[in-house]
Design a binder for this molecule. Sequence first.
Ligand SMILES: [Zn+2]
Length: 343
Amino acid sequence: MNMKKTILAAVLVMLLSASALAQPVYRFTVKIGIDCESVDSLGGLDNVRAKITDMFTKVNKAFNYTRQFDAVYDFVVDWDAFYVFQGISKDEVFKPHPEHDYLVIMDGFKNDPKETGGGWYGADIQTIYHARTHTDHFNDPFEKNAIDGIIHEFGHARGMPDIYAMQVNADKNPIAPIACYGERCIMNYPYGETLWSDYAVNMLNLSKDKRIEIDELVAAMCPEKIRITVLDPSDAPVKDAKVTLYPGPWYSYSVSEKPLKESKTDKNGLCVLPGDVYGKTKDFGLGCPNIFVKAEYDGLTSYGWLPLYEVQNAAFDGKESYDMTLRLKALTPSKPFEFKINQ
Ligand SMILES: [Zn+2]
């Protein structure tokens, strides 16, 4: 390396460390409890401590190494509060933890019929249950997929809903066999994934280091309006096109046949809807996280999706509305049998 390059490298290092210094650090304390049979299966407490340390290195890395967020995330295990429990992990998750931001309960065994297993984040109790598939066999909570899973749960803990809750399968869409797959994100499919989608980045940045309620956060981020423009095949606006919205309920992978709303386009081909057209529920804040849109006029049709992970980014971008354009077309091809076999 010549002198010029050495100086350049030094300047670069200074700039990088300056930008790292400029970023605030969001620090969250974590209390951990693990069941005693899992400790035995993992070869004792020293091994468990080493595995937890490694797990949290990976959790923090998942939040920081893509440098997607406004801050550096630091989830810190409080080793003085670390404990081993005997009994039902499902009871353990409801224990209050006023001294810590989060409680993580780990359990690799089903030792009681009441234990359900699985992995989830309880927003009301600020607790991550990290038990994986629960069977009589030991399921290692430190296995690679399990770690990808707990990273996803910490995503919930910092304000992000499940993107997969907004998916729709083609065979569960009674209006037209069209699917909505969600978008690439740790909060859609976490296994082997390192990317936080723009929506996840926006939601986490919005949450900052505050104690948050995901449902309230999501319900508050609808843009003021949703504007749907309907065009004909030659791109001219279509007046009086019928626009029907079908709700895709949370975690259902489906669209319901009963319309949420019906509307018509004006002379500019425009249909303006309120941004919170998703409705409200007690369980999830917004009534549904996705809407299937059907536009029709004179035998021509077009379809579209309004998933929150796209629509709410308009609000994050400071826009008044989320704009969608639907181009009408004939449902049947004009010359379907032009090609024939055995002719
Ligand atoms: Zn989830």
